[in-house]
Ligand binder design. Structure first.
Ligand code: F6P
Length: 469
């Protein structure tokens, strides 16, 4: 195979169930690339994530049947122990925690011998991607490497194939140097030089791009001129490509039967009350617990909202192999229970927490919401914040964390909050619930315009333009 455009990400466009049936891969990255209209003949290289994926990968020699995804798919069958160390221990623990500033530093992290072993596995895993990409790329092909799982791949690929045009895009934030440097020196160095193996590096926000460049300057002694980083004679451009949503496609999806059939149940649940909605993976950075605490404070401080609002909180399972995530799910459930114990009255349940992933139901709820709460501690972008206003039937009010990349695009018309400030979040919920309908609709319209300004097709085209010879 010899492709002129290749994409690489840990999670691919499809996954397999135990009975061999195919499902669409989940998450923001996958949905962005799936909607980005990659040209025919492109190849998407991804990892087998489960035993069922591995079986499918083995029976097809890793090259999945045509037509399963918008591109050709090469699924890498990486040894499960190597994969577990690379994905769970390094990508989702070490790198995710660093980029989202999640460590409780008095006790963690502590990098010992085990971390070194895990790092070796991560290096091997990234190199498996580099080898596959090198094998499948036509001379001079463009290769778009995605995310923190594959930070070393650009450099490893360049060593194998110096003729290729390589980019790396981070869907997450990047940590500022004073936080990034808590990583062991060798790891910090490898990460930065790994990404700098690309010709162009992209981020969702100027804040993350700037943090990356400052890490290169402080930790590597590189130079940065505001547009590119130079290290050991190599120049890598640093760009901002904020990812948005394809409004027309999203609205069309939200009028399909599986979505509209969910509307009556949600309407019945809410009745003539206002609907306060949140939709997240149950992810530490999403800050669901403080969001529920803010709702509790809202009901305590402004009793007029009692029985006048229903909070639907969709918290879908994520990364359950990690103990921190299992504990966090427990904490979310506990606070939701406490709020209901304190305020429920006959005929009114203040919080409905749903943990079973149901995409059509999420779309239906976004159509009906009066207020959408998106309060992550830190987030590369956060597409829910963009999808909500686009899908809203009634003009939704948006309470948004200033620490989400989406705040750059939506900040003018959202109610911005410091995600650590529970009282301020409660005040923003209060203001959004009381906001005059005309103002809410006008803001929502402007939010939808901003949310659709950078659809995935533009996002992809801009990255390719940055790689143009
Ligand atoms: O935020 C970056 C991102 O890659 C998202 O696209 C995705 O939702 C998540 O991180 C990865 O999640 P997972 O570990 O489930 O693949």
């Amino acid at each position: 195979m010899s492709a002129s455009l290749l994409l690489a990400s840990n999670r691919g466009p499809v996954s397999f169930a135990d009975d061999g049936s195919v499902r669409r891969g989940g998450g923001g990255l996958v949905s962005a690339i799936s909607h980005a209209d990659a040209p025919a003949g492109s190849v998407w290289v991804c990892a087998a994530l489960s035993d069922a994926d591995r079986r499918a990968s083995r029976t097809t020699g890793g090259r999945l049947a045509e037509g399963l995804a918008p591109t050709g798919v090469r699924m890498l069958d990486i040894d499960p122990v190597t994969f577990d160390r690379a994905y769970n221990a390094v990508a989702n623990s070490m790198l995710w925690f660093v980029s989202h500033l999640l460590y409780a530093t008095p006790s963690s992290p502590a990098f010992g011998e085990r971390s070194r072993r895990e790092w070796e596995a991560y290096t091997e895993y990234d190199d498996a991607f580099a080898a596959a990409l090198a094998e499948d790329a036509a001379p001079g092909a463009a290769v778009l490497v995605q995310d923190y799982h594959l930070s070393l791949t650009p450099r490893q690929l360049r060593q194998r194939r110096p003729d290729l045009r390589i980019s790396h895009f981070s869907h997450t934030p990047w940590a500022p140097p004073e936080y990034f440097r808590l990583l062991p020196d060798v790891i910090a160095h490898d990460l930065l030089t790994g990404v700098l193996g690309a010709d162009a590096v992209g981020f969702n926000s100027a804040r993350w791009a700037d943090a990356f460049a400052r890490c290169c300057v402080d930790l590597l002694g590189a130079t940065y001129d505001g547009g590119s980083v130079t290290h050991e004679g190599r120049v890598t451009r640093v760009d901002v490509h904020p990812l948005g949503v394809d409004g027309r496609e999203l609205v069309a999806r939200a009028t399909e039967d599986d979505v509209t059939s969910k509307l009556p149940t949600i309407r019945e649940l809410v009745g003539d009350r206002q609907l306060l909605l949140r939709i997240d993976r149950t992810e530490l950075s999403k800050n669901i617990v403080r969001g529920l605490e803010a709702y509790r404070e809202l009901l305590r401080r402004w009793p007029e909202h009692r029985e006048r609002v229903v909070h639907l909180a969709f918290a879908y399972p994520s990364r359950h192999d990690l103990p921190e995530y299992r504990e966090y799910t427990g904490a979310v459930q506990r606070v939701a229970r406490e709020v209901n114990e304190e305020f429920a009255t006959p005929g009114w349940v203040p919080v409905h927490l749903e943990v079973k992933d149901d995409y059509p139901r999420s779309l239906a709820a976004m159509r009906l919401a009066d207020v959408l709460v998106v309060n992550p501690l830190r987030d590369g972008m956060n597409l829910v914040a963009k999808e909500g206003p686009v899908l809203s039937d009634n003009g939704v009010g948006l309470v948004l964390s200033r620490e989400a990349g989406a705040a750059d695009d939506l900040g003018a018309d959202a109610l911005l909050v410091n995600p650590y400030d529970v009282s301020q979040t409660a005040e923003a919920m209060h203001a959004a619930l009381l906001m005059d309908r005309t103002e809410r609709s006008a803001r929502c319209e402007r939010l939808a315009t901003a949310a659709t300004a950078f659809p995935p097709s533009k996002w992809l085209a801009d990255q390719l333009a940055c790689l143009a010879p």
